[in-house]
Design a binder for this molecule. Sequence first.
Ligand code: ADP
Length: 965
Amino acid sequence: MSLLVIGVPHIARQELRPEESGQLLCVPGGQPPLWKLMDSIGSAGLRQGEEALSHPEEGLPRPSDSSELVQECLQQFKVTRAQLQQIQASLLGSMEQALRGQASPAPAVRMLPTYVGSTPHGTEQGDFVVLELGATGASLRVLWVTLTGIEGHRVEPRSQEFVIPQAVMLGAGQQLFDFAAHCLSEFLDAQPMSKQGLQLGFSFSFPCHQTGLDRSTLISWTKGFRCSGVEGQDVVQLLRDAIQRHGAYNIDVVAVVNDTVGTMMGCELGARPCEVGLVVDTGTNACYMEEARHVAVLDEDRGRVCVSVEWGSFSDAGALGPVLTTFDHTLDHESLNPGAQRFEKMIGGLYLGELVRLVLAHLARRGVLFGGGTSPALLSRGSILLEHVAEMEDPSAGAARVHAILQDLGLSPGASDVELVQHVCAAVCTRAAQLCAAALAAVLSRLQHGREQQTLQVAVATGGRVCERHPRFCSILQGTVMLLAPECDVSFIPSVDGGGRGVAMVTAVAARLAAHRRLLEETLAPFRLNHDQLAAVQAQMRKAMVKGLRGEASSLRMLPTFVRATPDGSERGDFLALDLGGTNFRVLLVRVTTGVQITSQIYSIPESVAQGSGKQLFDHIVDCIMDFQQKQGLSGQSLPLGFTFSFPCRQLGLDQGILLNWTKGFNASDCEGQDVVNLLREAITRRQAVELNVVAIVNDTVGTMMSCGYEDPRCEIGLIVGTGTNACYMEELRNVAGVPGDSGRMCINMEWGAFGDDGSLAMLSTCFDASVDQASINPGKQRFEKMISGMYLGEIVRHILLHLTSLGVLFRGQQTQRLQTRDIFKTKFLSEIERCLRPTLPPPLQGAFLSTVGDCWPWVVARSALEDEVGEAMTHLFALSSSLAPSDSLALRQVRAILEDLGLPLTSDDALMVLEVCQAVSQRAAQLCGAGVAAVVEKIRENRGLEKLAVSVGVDGTLYKLHPQ
Ligand code: ADP
C-alpha cells in the first residue's frame, strides 16, 4: 500500500493510487492545484508575486524575429561532448583531491564517508519505520517497511507523505523536528501493527558529517531548507529529543543515512553488485563503495566504505562556466543560498521548473509566447514545479495537458505556444540529464581507477522523482554515460520504495549491531570491577594473609623463605643461578662487582619431561647446567648455586624446600612432599657433577625482590606476573608462626596464586573463569592466578569469544573448529591487540594496576625496579609506544590480522568487539593484582605503625613487561 498525502498532518491528506503518483499533486475537496497552494504559503522561500531581481532579457537586444530569439534561448542550454568531458574530468579531480584529504585549495565536493561498510546480504529482516527528510523537496515521508530476509520476497511498504509548510522549512530547527515527530505519530496511529520496540531509520538527505551509524552533524542546509539552530548539530539527537517531547511513541532511532545510500542499499540484488546510488529529486547526489584505503580521513586499509560524493556543490568555474546560462545566474541569485550548490541548481527537481519558468517568462515578455502576455503566476517564483515540466514533456499526456497546465498558470496559450513550451522543457531537462551523466561518469571512472580494472561491471541504483517521473531523463542519462564512460558496463536499476527499503536495510544492520553491543556489555559486565569490589578483594586478601601467617587454614600459605634482609649493595662475587618454574628454564651466571653482570641461556623443558618422572626432570636440569658451564668455560669451577624454584614450597632453611604441589602445567612424579634441593643434589651425584654447590633455594618473587633491592633499598615487595602470578614481601618475624624469634623480618612467599581456593573469590568468578578452571590440570586450585596470569588470560578471552559466537554476536554466529581449540588464543595476542589502541598511555604500573593501588592508598609509592634486562625491555616499550600512530583503526587492523591468522571469519565490527573483550579481561587482571598489592603494602604500613609508607615493588614476568597497559 502506498499512501500519498499532501498537507500538514492536521490538515488535508489524500490517498493516491500508484498509477496516479506521477500526476500533478492535488489536495482533496476541490482545493487549488499544489503550485497555487505552495504559492500561497510562499513556495521555496520565494515571496508570492515577487519579480526576479534581474531578468535574463534585460539588456539584451531584441532579436529580429521570434524564431531567432527562441533559438538563442534554447541554444544556451546545449552542452557539447567536450564540455561534458571537461566536467567529468574536473569532478573526478575534485573527488580524488577530497579523498586524499587535501584541504587547499578546498575541494569542490566533500566526499563524506558514511558508516555503511558493505552492501546488504539480503538476509536482513524485521519491521522498521523509516522517516525521510530532504529527499522529496518540501515533503516528509514516513514508511513502514517489512524486510523478509528472503530474496525475491518483498512486502509492499506502507507510506504516507506530508507537505512541510514553508514556515517550518524556514523556521526554528526545533519546530521542524517537532513537525517530524507529529507526522510520525500520526502515521503510526493509523497502522494496525504492534507498536512495541519500534526501530527507526532516518533518511536525512543534506550534507552531513557522520561520526557513527546513529550520529550525524548537519554541515549546511540545501534544497530550500533553512531552519535555524540545526547546522553543526547532531540531527539524530534532535529527532530523538522531538520524539520524546511528543511522547506518543517510544521509538529507537538506530541509523541515519542519506537518500543515495538508501537507494543503493535497497536495490534488488542482481547478477552484479550494486555499488552506486544516484538520486535526482529535489537536489542531486550520488554515493558509491570506495576502497577504504583511499579515504584519507578513515585511516583504514581494508574493506570498502560508502562515500557520499555531495556533487550538488560542485562549482568549478572553469568547467561549469561555459554551460551556465543567464537563467542559471538569475535562479542562483534569487535562491536561498546564492553562490552555493551551483551544479545541483542545473539538475535538481527543485530548480528545473523554475528554470523553465524563467525561460517562458522571458519569451513571453519578448512577445514570442502567449501573444506577449504574462500572468501573475508565470511571474511568481516557484509556480512551475517538476511535475508540470515532466507532464508537459510527456508525449503520452498530449497537448491538451500542456494547455491545461498553462491555463492553470493563468495563461492563454495558442497552438504554437504548446509546442514551444515543450521545447523549452526538453532543453532544460536534457541538459540536466547530460550534466548528471557527466557526474556519474566521473564516479564510474573513480571506481575503475580505485579498483584498477580495465572494464568495470557495475549496477547503479537510481532514485528520486526526476529519474522516476520524467519520461526521458533516465534514457538521456544512460545514453550519455555510455558516451562518456565507454569502458564501463553499467546497468541501471530503479530504486525500490524510493530508497525506503535501503534505509530499512541499514537500520536492520544498525539494530543488529546495537543488540550485539548490549549482549557484549552484558557479557563483559562481570569483568568490570568497581571500587567496592576491589576493596573487598583487598580486605579478603588481608584476612587470608593474617590467617596464613598464624598457621591457620587459609588459601594463602604465607611461606617463610628464610631470607631475612634485602641486599645492602655491598655483596660481591660470581654465582650460578637456576630459574625453574615458568615457560622457560634458564641457567645464569651472575657476576656482582660494582654492578651486576648477567649471562644466561634458556633451555626448554619438554612437556614429557615436565610431566614425567621427577628423576627424569632433575637429570635434565643438571644436563642443562653442565652444558651451560661448558659453553661459558666454567667446567671444573665450584661456584655457589642459587636455585630459583617457583612453585609452592615449605622452606625449612635457606637450602631446604619441600615442594607442596606442582602448578603451572608441571606434574613430575615423586616430587611433591620432597625437598627439591635434595632432588637436585641427587641428580648432581648421578651425573657426577661434583663441582655444583647448591647454597640457596628461592622463589622467583624473592629473586625479583632481591635483585631489585640491590639497586633500591626501598624494595621490599616482589611481584611476578608471567605464566603464573605470585608475590612476596618483608614481614615482621613476630607475626610469623612456626619460625623462632620475634625480632627482625623475614621474606614471606605468599603463594597468592592460590588465593580464593577457599571460595572467597566466588562472587567475582564468571562462568568463563569456571570453564577455564574446569579444563585446567588442577581444577578448583589457583583461582586468583587463573584470573590474572599469562597462562590463562588468552583462554578466558577464547571462552568469551566462543560464548559471543554462540549468541550470534561474533563471526556471524559461525563456530569454527579453530576457536574450539584450547590455547589457540595466546595471552600475547591481548598485548598485541591492545598495544595499538592507546599508544600514548603511560608504561606499566601506571595503568590499571597503579590506579587500583593509588586510588585507595595514596601514600604508596610503587615503583618498578627490575633487573637490568627488564629495564631494557621497558625502554624498548617506550620507544615502541611513541613510534605507533595513535589510531584506533590501526589496532583494528591488527586485531583483524591476528584473528584472520587464526582462521576466524571476521568483520570490522567483530574486530572492535574482540578488542573490547581483551581489554576487559586484561583490565580485570591488572586491577585484581593491584588490589592484592594494596593489601600487602597496607599490611607493611600497619606493621610499622606508619602514617605513610614509601615502598618499591620489584616486578617481573612477561605479561607485566609486555602488556601495554
Ligand atoms: P614465566 O612466568 O614462565 O617465568 P614469563 O614471565 O616469560 O615466564 O611469562 C610467560 C607468560 O607470559 C606466558 O604464559 C605468556 O602467556 C605470557 N606472554 C608472553 N608474551 C606475552 C606478551 N607479549 N604479552 C602478554 N603476555 C605474554
